[in-house]
Design a protein around this ligand. Structure first.
Ligand code: M6R
Length: 592
């Protein structure tokens, strides 16, 4: 949540570089935006409520400069408006600052600064940080020292980039728990929440660890810990070679849905090389030695973990699933030697980071399934299984959900030394391609529900887990209220919500529950619901239905969920909404 970018360049070209970075970081927050630069011994700030486009419409006459910082905001402290947009200028106009994170004790610091004559223009915690640094700087004339002193006071998490009017040849930074990387190019250096912000310009990046601070100049990066300067390692910026452009697609979400078959194929290439599974023996041993497998994640990753947990039954290990934000406050442990499996597309979700920290402290092993190998979570986990899915830019997660399930299916195959899953996954790819080819049918179904106020998804077992994901997707990007109901639970309360014309989507993948689920369908139909079934060829019904090629149960959700992704997408699209940037959300939830 919130993206920060800083650029210092040998040319007067920072404006375009910051604009590029802001656009790339918009997935982290898009309710307000701004940038600051130093020109003719002045700090100039342009900022506004709204998107990057709105900002450049408001300030069309671009100045050229060679040092600047920028910010895209997802409001936490202080509502989304012009005054709370970043950058924030300190009271004595020495410092401009952009911040990603939350400062828990900002009220206390604000009172202290107010007593010392400081006045505030915004409601944010970030402006307090700018003024705290300035407060020290005016006493000691040393920004590095001021960063150190203020970091001893700040409680919370932060990645911060700072311009100092007295030093127009450097951008200062410090970081604790929020992501921050340095981009290196021949033309200058960058700072950003994500290397995506400078993918076009930098082939290498330097990762900044927690509690480090320092500065970048146009030639070099200087990173310090409390003990002094530290050596830094640079990594290849994989984003540079990635195709993150929309191409002919109107939105990233549909592009990402249609990438699913190729992303699954990629996983087969990586994890099943030359007819052999490609997982480390250490990981397989760790699974073997664990007496419990405990899954933890949020949102779509949580929904995926429920499927993973069912798949784990095949290897006869007891499992549990948890929502990360719940487990972090109420941690419970099962077994003597549990393996914790964390799922996180971004690898930056704060609720999950809190959990892995607890698990590490306890000395238990952890496996992370993620789409970001360079993420904070990846650095903490004992084992990492990357999804190799390419950047997911749409806020609504799609390809990550499917690839999370696929990689785990492959892991189970490797654990059981059973290659039959490979053919099953290949069958699922064919089924997905078939759904993609028939998306117009789903478009027509979407037309029928776009004006509805409530939509329900029904299923049992795997199908219920999938219903949870279908429902999350629909509500998140269409703003239609939706609920997933386990078929058997219907009569225990939710059926009270069924009324004439309400759409109920029902997933049929499992022979075992076919009749029970059919009864549920009849129950909602007799109360006026409009039923659409998503069924396997061999599990047809007499209702309006979307028929999908028969697949073995354990891979069936890889294809059926694609129906639900399209459904949500088309409803959102038909309503004229910004599919990729739904209101109030951000792609990376880096605060609690
Ligand atoms: O990056 P993560 O997988 O940890 O993100 C978890 C959730 O924030 C995320 O899945 C969210 O629910 C998506 N917007 C759902 O589409």
């Amino acid at each position: 949540m919130c993206g920060i970018v800083g650029v210092i360049s040998k040319q007067l070209d920072c404006n375009q570089k910051i604009r590029y970075g802001l656009k790339k970081l918009e997935y982290r927050g898009y309710d307000s935006v701004g940038y600051a630069y130093i020109l003719d011994n002045k700090i100039i700030i342009n900022k506004c409520k709204g998107t990057v486009e709105n900002l450049y419409e408001k300030y069309p006459n671009l100045k050229e400069f060679n040092i600047g910082i920028g910010h895209t905001r997802w409001a936490t402290t202080g509502k989304a408006d012009n005054k709370n947009a970043h950058p924030h200028l300190s009271f004595h106009k020495k410092i401009a600052l952009v911040h990603n994170g939350i400062i828990d004790n900002y009220n206390k610091i604000k009172s202290f600064l107010t007593k010392n004559g400081y006045k505030f223009k915004s409601d944010t915690d970030s402006e307090v940080v700018a003024n705290l640094i300035e407060y020290y700087y005016l006493k000691n004339n040393n920004i590095m020292e001021s960063l150190k002193l203020s970091s001893q006071i700040l409680i919370g998490n932060y990645a911060v980039a700072i311009l100092n009017i007295d030093e127009p040849d450097r951008i200062y930074f410090y970081k604790r728990k929020s992501p921050l990387v340095i981009g290196v190019s021949n033309d200058g250096l960058f700072l950003a929440s994500d290397s995506l912000a400078f993918d076009k310009y930098c082939s290498d990046f330097i990762d900044i660890h927690d509690d480090r601070f320092g500065y970048i100049t146009k030639d070099n990066a200087y990173v310090f810990s409390n003990k002094g300067i530290v050596d830094v390692k640079s990594y290849k910026n994989e984003n540079k070679s990635e195709d993150n452009e929309l191409g002919h697609y109107p939105f990233h979400m549909i592009k990402e849905i249609e990438e699913i078959p190729s992303k699954i194929e990629k996983l087969l290439d990586v994890y099943y090389k030359d007819n052999n599974y490609n997982f480390t023996n250490n990981l397989l041993e760790c699974i073997k030695n664990s007496d419990y497998i405990i899954f933890v994640g949020c949102g779509t990753s949580y929904n995926a973990e429920r499927i993973l947990s069912r798949l784990t039954d095949q290897i006869n290990k007891p499992t549990l699933t948890f929502i990360a934000s719940e487990w972090s406050y109420y941690p419970v442990y099962f077994g003597k030697n549990p393996l914790f499996v964390f799922l996180s597309q971004s690898g930056e979700t704060m609720d999950v980071i809190k959990c892995i920290d607890i698990v590490k402290e306890k000395g238990f092993k952890s496996l992370l399934i993620t789409n970001s190998e360079a993420s904070t979570l990846a650095k903490k986990a004992d084992f990492v299984l990357p999804l190799y899915s390419g950047r997911e830019i749409a806020v609504a997660s799609t390809k990550a959900y499917v690839t999370m399930i696929t990689v785990y299916l492959l892991l189970i195959g490797a654990y059981q030394n059973d290659a039959s899953i490979i053919d099953e996954i290949k069958e699922a790819i064919t089924a997905i391609k078939d759904i993609i080819a028939r998306k117009d049918e789903i478009y027509q179904i979407a037309l029928k529900i776009k004006k509805k106020k409530n939509v329900f998804f029904l299923g049992r077992g795997y199908d219920y887990d999938m219903a949870l994901e279908a429902s999350l997707k629909l509500k998140e990007i269409t703003y239609i209220h939706s609920e997933a109901i386990a078929g058997g639970e219907l009569k225990h309360g939710p059926i009270a919500l069924i009324e004439k014309g309400v759409p109920v989507f029902c997933f049929f993948s499992d022979k075992k529950t076919y009749h029970a689920l059919l009864n549920n369908v009849n129950e909602v139909k007799s109360r006026g619901a409009k039923v659409f079934n998503i069924v396997n060829e061999s599990l047809k019904t007499n209702d309006e239905q979307f028929i999908i090629k028969d697949l073995p149960l354990r891979v069936s959700m890889l294809s059926k969920i694609v129906f639900a992704f399209y459904l949500a997408y088309f409803v959102s699209y038909q309503k004229g909404l910004n599919v990729d940037k739904p209101r109030n959300l951000a792609k990376s939830v880096t605060v609690e």
